[in-house]
Design a protein around this ligand. Structure first.
Ligand code: G6P
Length: 614
């Protein structure tokens, strides 16, 4: 999703802006651009379709001087990906340039009105409408840039994080946000802007996370000011960020995705640290202490999420229902927010999101809040919008996830859901002590078992070329492994562009079985659990139709090899924790198939890491 970078100070802006754009590449984008006020006072805008490298190549013979600038990576919403539609956008006079992340919903109305007044547009974007509107009111009402931005934002419906520069006032950047993230970094005689802190942390650890509906006035030589759209001054809340740069570099791996798959044992230890005691006998979540009454009072739990986080939610549902005996529903946030759901003050809504910025999940939270539910967030990105919108929550603490296909965030989310279910069950006395103890101990052993599961990497790398020919794949699982099948299929789709479907194994006979032939690989999660025998029957149904089966089994299994073409063996664990182990070979499988096919694993086409538009 779009990324914003800005700089104003005494250094040359261009290298800082380009480095910042590269840091934000992980969000997914299709074009990039930069605007700088040059040493001679010109406002130069340069844009290119495709990667940031295309932009730097384009700029190689251009004037990139100047100490103030804004830059952007765009993920197309209105208008095709092209240099013309890329940001920054000039105003009509070329005095102003804007970058924008989000969607202006009433842009068509505003555009028509401006066109009627003679304003001409150079792009198909909603963003250009905003900068033209700012300039129009600036001229018409003889306003300052700040006043004009305030007036324009009043007229706008939608989501935005914006930054605007005016070449007649090169000591100032105006920025604003509503439902799209924006961070300002404060250095010595310099300021930085970013969609998140990653383009900023090289230079300063002092940041201000702009709140919804606020405008930042960033003026060189002065203290930064924050105000509401109405002009009410807000208190400046400067925070210290603590992100390790090494965490966002590849650390010797060929791709971020592979690094993140291999990091999982350590990530889960970080996730459990301080929450499970050293003896491994007890789980405590601070949210459970601070909001005991609200959480224990839940008559129902509703999980809202999107994508991979939604799959984690499906596992959470099974954990919560079986351990806590609280009815639990899992909803796509995008559906929930528009279907007038029944939500009451007795509900606890759990919002799961890696980025903490997913627009639909945020909107689902707002809706549930309005109806009186208590909101619990499970997020990764610290200080992002969702943790700030929720009543309480638990961070998964797996570190920045850069690969667009989510891996470590998924297992982190499942780990937090497991700890939450255990805490709730213990308090509600719906789990007996022996099982509780067994589960807590087993959870602490998961990182070590993941380490073992990661040893399947070489075998999977060898197997991967066999599957590159496939046009369709089927993933089957039951119980706790059904969401694992969904997630395995999603991983393959996302990065190898092979169509894949996840299905509850027993449902296969109600449709997908018709697709099975020797051309369609079928991956079955057949670890040893309550439904093991039934899954064997499902494998036989596939075999009887000439299907090619790759089975994920528990070590010591002797039965399935009779029916499967390939076997991938995993360490044993409790049924409810199997997703934490079984998802690993499926992540590796998707990764190696995509690599064999020569795909851009970390930045798959059309996908965004952080989906800040609905
Ligand atoms: C995008 C990402 C997915 C992610 C989903 C939800 O589609 O590519 O990896 O699962 O958004 O994102 P969230 O940040 O809310 O977990």
């Amino acid at each position: 999703m779009c990324g914003i970078v800005g700089y104003i100070g005494t250094k040359r802006a261009y290298p800082i802006l380009i480095k910042g754009l590269k840091r934000l590449e992980y969000r997914g984008y299709d074009s990039a651009g930069v605007a700088m006020i040059s040493d001679s006072g010109e406002l130069n805008v340069y844009k290119a379709k495709g990667k940031v490298d295309n932009l730097t190549e384009y700029c190689s013979d251009k004037d990139v001087s100047g100490c103030v600038g804004i830059a952007h990576t765009r993920w197309a919403t209105h208008g095709e990906p092209s240099a013309r539609n890329a940001h920054p956008h000039y105003s009509r006079s070329h005095n102003l340039a804007i970058i924008h992340n989000g969607i202006i919903e009433n842009y068509a109305d505003i555009k028509t009105k401006l066109q009627d007044k003679g304003v001409e547009f150079k792009s198909d974007t909603d963003t250009e409408v905003l900068v033209q509107l700012v300039e129009y009111v600036m001229v018409k009402k003889n306003l300052s840039l700040l006043e004009a931005v305030q007036v324009a934002l009043h007229q706008v419906i939608g989501a935005y994080a914006i930054a605007i520069v005016d070449k007649r006032d090169p000591r100032q950047i105006i920025a604003a946000r509503k439902q799209s993230p924006l961070v300002v970094g404060i250095g010595q005689d310099e300021f930085f802007l970013g969609s998140d802190a990653s383009p900023i942390i090289d230079y300063t650890d002092k940041v201000v996370y702009l709140e919804d509906g606020n405008i930042a006035v960033i003026r060189l030589g002065e203290e930064m000011r924050v105000m509401s759209i109405l002009g009410e001054e807000q208190e400046l809340q400067v925070k210290t960020v603590d992100i390790d740069l090494g965490q966002i570099e590849k650390g010797g791996y060929e791709h971020f995705m592979l690094k993140e798959i291999f990091e999982q044992p350590e990530c889960l230890m970080n996730c459990m640290r301080g929450r499970i005691n050293v003896e491994g006998t007890h789980v405590t979540l601070s949210a459970m202490i601070d909001y005991r009454q609200q959480l224990l009072g839940a008559k129902r739990i509703v999980i809202v999420a999107c994508g991979t986080s939604w799959h984690a939610g499906l596992i959470g549902k099974q954990l919560i229902e079986s351990l806590c005996r609280i009815p639990c529903e899992v909803e796509y946030a995008s559906e929930f927010r528009y279907r007038n759901p029944v939500v009451t003050k007795d509900d606890v809504v759990i919002a799961i999101s890696q980025s903490g910025e997913t627009a639909d999940t945020l909107a689902a939270i707002q809706l549930a809040k309005q109806q009186g539910a208590f909101i619990f967030g499970i997020c990764n990105a610290i200080g992002s919008s969702i943790p700030r919108a929720t009543d309480t929550g638990t961070y998964i603490h797996v570190g920045p996830e850069i690969g667009v296909a989510s891996t470590k965030a998924f297992t982190g989310q499942v780990t937090v859901l497991s700890m939450l279910a255990l805490c709730l069950a213990k308090e509600r006395q719906t789990v007996d002590d022996a099982l509780y103890q067994q589960m807590v101990v087993e959870l602490t052993r998961i990182p070590e078992k993941m380490q073992q599961a990661l040893k399947t990497n070489e075998q999977i790398e060898r197997l991967a070329p066999i599957f590159t020919y496939a046009r369709n794949c089927l993933y089957l699982g039951r119980g706790y492994n059904y969401p694992v099948a969904l997630e395995g299929a999603l991983k393959l789709k996302e990065i190898s562009y092979i169509h894949a479907e996840g299905y509850p194994a027993a449902e296969m006979k109600h449709g997908p079985i018709a697709l099975i032939d020797s051309e369609m690989p079928v991956f079955v999660i057949a670890t040893r659990d309550r439904l093991y025998e039934k899954v064997i029957s499902n494998i036989q149904e596939v075999r009887a139709r000439g299907g090619r089966v790759t089975a994920i089994v528990t070590e010591g299994d002797t039965q399935i090899q009779k029916f499967a073409d390939h076997i991938i063996t995993l360490p044993d664990t409790l049924e409810c924790f199997q997703p934490l182990i079984a998802s690993i070979p499926l992540q590796l499988l998707a990764y190696h198939i995509a690599v064999c096919k020569g795909k851009d694993v970390d930045r798959p086409r059309n996908l965004a890491k952080s989906v800040t538009v609905e």
